[in-house]
Write a protein that binds this ligand. Sequence first.
Ligand code: FMN
Length: 272
Amino acid sequence: MMRILIKELVKQRRSVRTFDGRALTDEDRKYMTDLLSSLENPWGISIEFFLLNAKQNGLTSPVIIGAEEYIAAKTKRVPHFEIAFGYSFEKVCIYALSRGIGTVMLAASLNRTAFEKAINIDENEIMPVASPIGYPADKMSIRESLMRKGIKADSRKPFENIFFNRTFDNGLDYDNAGVFANALEAVRLAPSAANGQPWRAVSDGNCIHFYEAKSMKDSPLGDIQKVDIGIALAHFDLVREEDGINGKFEFADPGIATPQNTQYIVTFRRQI
Ligand SMILES: Cc1cc2nc3c(=O)[nH]c(=O)nc-3n(C[C@H](O)[C@H](O)[C@H](O)COP(=O)(O)O)c2cc1C
């Protein structure tokens, strides 16, 4: 089988809300269940995934059509759970796409109580998002296309407005981003709640420092934009690996002056 590059998958990916009603094939089901039980993240935080039948568990979403099954996941509220959760969940979505399977993370548009019951959540645990899983319908529903227009789902902020060289005063463009250019482009294209795109990054020699530019208030579930950062970190990590860049994530705030509402999250340090 031809191997599909992650860079290409990241470009092709879009949220799928209209499905064709077919159940997963046996092969795809096995692929997904194996994947869900074997995922790891760089912070060693346990994320427990579930594949759930919608009818049996009474799972519904006002924005989803034609999905028979959902993926849900839960984790303990330990430090950094949000980035670990976003990272692992997005890897599931990207690997699913490599088999033509569609997903969309849902934080708000779902009957949350039914989901939380189906995965037996306790008071120390949290389920930031769940996602339908299935094969995309040939045509989007009218509601989905209107929704996409409403939140400008197809647009992303320009590279040089979100990535910087050494300080937040110097915008970094793709052509000057060196070995990290593709990995940062994959960050730029990531999905985020309400397409808020809260990720910012500062390139600093062998390091990329990641930040969150917070534009939403916390909900009772916490800061969903930190989950967005985890999603972006998965894109970064998959593409830098594909590009043969070695290194690891570490928490080492370089103390660079930040714009308002922007906070340090994590650093990727390249090893040469
Ligand atoms: C953490 C998170 C939560 C989201 N919650 C919802 C939701 O509740 N309802 C919904 O329809 N879409 C939801 N989305 C999908 C986003 O609206 C979508 O990713 C964004 O508009 C960009 O579109 P794209 O994924 O097609 O590129 C969520 C996405 C993320 C990452």
